[in-house]
Design a protein around this ligand. Sequence first.
Ligand SMILES: NC(=O)c1ccc[n+]([C@@H]2O[C@H](COP(=O)([O-])OP(=O)(O)OC[C@H]3O[C@@H](n4cnc5c(N)ncnc54)[C@H](O)[C@@H]3O)[C@@H](O)[C@H]2O)c1
Length: 365
Amino acid sequence: MAERQIKIGIAGFGGVGENIAKDIIKQKDIKLEGVADPDEAKRRRAEEIYGIKTYADYRKLCENKEIEIIYNATPNFMHSEVAINGLRSGKHVFSEKPFAITKEEIAAMLKAEKESGRYLQIDFEMRYSLLPKRVKELIDAGEIGEPKNILFNHFCGGQGFEKEKTWRAKIENIGGYYIEEGCHRLDIFRYYMGEDIKEVVAIPAPQLRGPDGWHRAYREPAATLCFFPGEKLANLVTIQHRAVYFAPPGMENELGHEYNVSVVGSDGSLYVNFWKGTILLMDFSGPGGKTCLKRMESYPGLDLNILHHNSCGFFRDFVYRMRDGKPPFFSAFDSWKTMASVFACEESFKKGGERVKVDYTLPQV
Ligand SMILES: NC(=O)c1ccc[n+]([C@@H]2O[C@H](COP(=O)([O-])OP(=O)(O)OC[C@H]3O[C@@H](n4cnc5c(N)ncnc54)[C@H](O)[C@@H]3O)[C@@H](O)[C@H]2O)c1
């Protein structure tokens, strides 16, 4: 028997919104009922190229009774308002990262989720993407024993935001480096360790600050240390080599980031090269306990979006879960715990790398 078709709406028809729309249009069991964007040119694009019904005001999209799920692809500073409105209109909401810019906004979103009886899912899509998910499976299967130490090298691209005339040109619209970008990596640290972060140290690299002080600030952190219970440690190293400037046209987003990750456990370790699509698994069976290659897993020829940036697949997963009455892949409350660590990093970063305790207290709203 054919499954029931589920209708969705997209708020924000920019880079992310259009990418999702292109994917949804190809699906038989999901219908894109409408998009909302205050930008007239974006609305015209949605209508003329894709034949989608549009709204200038996202609240009208939320009023559409046919729509069951809203994809919130608006700028960071709008996430909270749009998500709360969607939930209160009786929709499930899939909301882009970051969760929101402040703790108060997040507390209000979680409250709206609880009161509405609908689900809120934050797009920390790395957890769902092929390589990071495979690493989690390997850890859970005991391949490296208990994870103790993570090193995440992030070669950060970015699109030269300082030159953009969009909302991203103002740091207050983004929230900060950790809120905008570091949140993905801290989420992966928590996912792999299976525990919450206790304390952080976020060390800035002030030599990369732009002449007017702010514009590169959200990409400038050099090193971030996340302390877990039991002296377990995760390190994030951020280097700006700006691969994006050398990327072929149309591939700036895919090539704008490059990662490699090592996870060392009590019985072995693994190394993931995201760009090559390979995972090396090691144990300590060499002479004198030396590290030895156990095997390599390779995922050649796959789109980088599938390997580590699969928002489209993650959104479809959410849609089917909602249709089938199942809970989301992970809860919004869990994503709040990642954001609590993110806010601690922002604080440490501002204090020049002071050690900061993560505060998991949600403000009263
Ligand atoms: N999960 C990821 O890895 C990932 C990747 C890229 C971007 N993002 C997030 O997705 C969001 C959108 O990013 P983008 O790159 O598409 O930005 P964008 O600027 O290309 O698109 C944002 C769109 O939202 C529209 N908008 C502004 N105010 C609105 C409102 N009140 N109602 C409806 N639409 C409104 C803008 O006109 C624009 O078209 C951001 O929060 C960003 O952090 C997530």
